[in-house]
Design a protein around this ligand. Structure first.
Ligand code: HEC
Length: 328
């Protein structure tokens, strides 16, 4: 699932390219006469490629949504109508993708209808095809903006060195604008852990974190220090992704995301679980989703081991699942 999820950015380029390419052969195929039949073939070929591309993008997108527990459950589907924030944008993007698949199916059908040699490819094929291309482009653009939002969230202003006053004429310092907190609803940076450097190849069972199977990811500049267990540089981000244990092995249920942010003001912990399985909700006052960060009192228990930020490297778990060797 993880592999598929990480292919989403790559796979989703194909339908976008089809959205750009398809209109031209479709227009050319509107001319009647035998000389224009090769454009039918081009349009049909592109439409099939587009349908396969959108199918791949949808599957990998769903896997990504599940991996990051971003897909809401039925109860929060009302979000679509009333909510706001990244989750709403994600839902819209997913819905656009699903509609693109349906419309793509219709367009492929219209383009592959039997036509007489002297006819054109038909207005139905043209209109469905153009509409589909537009939808593919809009879906891709929405996805691109979602990804951009991810990238923009982490911007940390570099600390500026004091400049000699004599050289620079005194300029009134710009008033810091009260900016909306981009991570108010979701820990965007932590959820993007796939863009960080993975520390273990396989998950390890961590008794300190509810007996879940965890994998650690570190921001590139901190990966070396984290591996070595030496103090982390300022600005470092370490994320644990986790899955629930099932019969002593990593199970199918996605667990919480844990994050450690080495901020200027000191280490900051985050605990985010996008979809708590029914059976575990009792431990979270019945909530289906929790997001604790900063000075949240729920994180006090974490500070027993994370007072300085990073936990004692000597206590790291090394408990890997046993390799099952298939019997001959
Ligand atoms: C009993 C001690 C203990 C408690 C309690 C604990 N952790 Fe950890 N934590 C560890 C250890 C040990 C590691 C190293 C990874 C491993 O082997 O589990 C770790 C790793 C981490 C990391 C990766 C960075 C690092 O320090 O290695 C994060 C982030 C993290 N924990 C967050 C949390 C959060 C959030 C909580 C509270 C919900 C929590 N931890 C509770 C011991 C603890």
């Amino acid at each position: 699932m993880e592999w598929l999820a990480l292919q989403h950015a790559l796979l989703s380029h194909l339908p976008v390219a089809i959205g750009l390419l398809l209109p031209w052969p479709l227009l050319a195929a509107q001319r009647r006469g035998r000389g224009f039949r090769s454009w039918w073939t081009v349009a049909r070929y592109l439409s099939w490629a587009g349908v396969l591309g959108i199918l791949g993008s949808l599957l990998s997108g769903l896997a990504m949504g599940r991996l990051l527990s971003l897909l809401p459950d039925q109860r929060s589907l009302t979000l679509l109508a009333f909510g706001d924030g990244p989750q709403l944008h994600l839902l819209r993007h997913a819905l656009l993708g699903a509609v693109s698949l349906l419309l793509g199916g219709a367009a492929v059908w219209a383009m592959n209808r039997p036509r007489k040699d002297y006819e054109s490819l038909g207005l139905l094929a043209l209109s469905l095809g153009l509409l589909w291309s537009l939808l593919l482009l809009v879906t891709g653009e929405r996805g691109f903006r979602l990804a951009q939002r991810h990238l923009q969230a982490p911007v940390q202003k570099p600390i500026q060195a004091p400049v000699a006053a004599a050289v620079v004429p005194p300029v009134p310092p710009p008033q810091p604008r009260p900016e909306a907190d981009p991570e108010a609803g979701l820990p965007l940076r932590a959820l993007d852990f796939a863009s960080l450097v993975p520390i273990q190849a396989d998950p390890v069972k961590s008794l300190a974190h509810g007996g879940r199977w965890i994998r650690a990811y570190a921001s590139p500049e901190a990966a070396g220090a984290y591996r070595a267990g030496s103090p982390l540089p300022q600005g470092a981000l370490i994320v644990l992704s986790s899955v629930e244990d099932r019969w002593g092995r990593p199970g199918p249920e996605v667990g919480p995301v844990y994050a450690l942010d080495m901020k200027v003001a000191g280490p900051a912990l985050t605990f985010y679980w996008g979809r708590i399985p029914e059976a575990r909700r009792g431990e979270f006052a019945g909530e289906s989703r929790v997001y604790w960060r900063g000075s949240d009192a729920h994180l006090d228990t974490c500070r027993a081991c994370h007072a300085e930020g990073m936990a004692d490297p000597a206590k790291r778990s090394r408990w890997r699942p046993k390799k099952v060797v298939p019997a001959e």
